[in-house]
Design a protein around this ligand. Structure first.
Ligand SMILES: [Zn+2]
Length: 119
């Protein structure tokens, strides 16, 4: 397990996995079987360091009034070059502009979306 950049306490699964093509080194989601660029099936599983940048901002998924938090759906481009759908949790008074640096808070299970917080 790669612990070098793991700053967050390990309360849940906080490793975000992805696949990287051995031929063209394109990164893609961990569940894909084919490289979206060259179509190769020769992919290696990698772990993301968990840092990225907000690329697109979508709707507020949930507003937790008591905790003054919002959960906003976003597209995050990881430092590894892969763009994934995710949820960013922020304070209700914070805006989440495009280009915001975020850090992985909880990785996705098979179904769930990865959760990020402002870095
Ligand atoms: Zn490829």
């Amino acid at each position: 397990m790669n612990q070098t950049l793991a700053a967050a306490p390990a309360e849940a699964e906080t490793v975000l996995r992805y696949r990287q093509c051995r031929w063209c080194s394109s990164p893609t989601e961990h569940f894909r079987l084919l490289c979206p660029v060259c179509g190769s099936t020769d992919m290696v599983e990698q772990s993301s360091a968990g840092f990225g940048v907000v690329r697109r901002v979508g709707a507020v998924v949930r507003s937790e009034v008591l905790e003054h938090r919002i959960r906003q759906s976003c597209a995050i481009t990881l430092d590894e070059g892969l763009t994934i759908p995710a949820v960013v949790t922020a304070s209700r008074y914070e805006v989440v502009p495009i280009g915001t640096r975020v850090r992985l808070h909880a990785a996705s299970g098979e179904q769930e979306t990865a959760e990020f917080r402002l870095a």
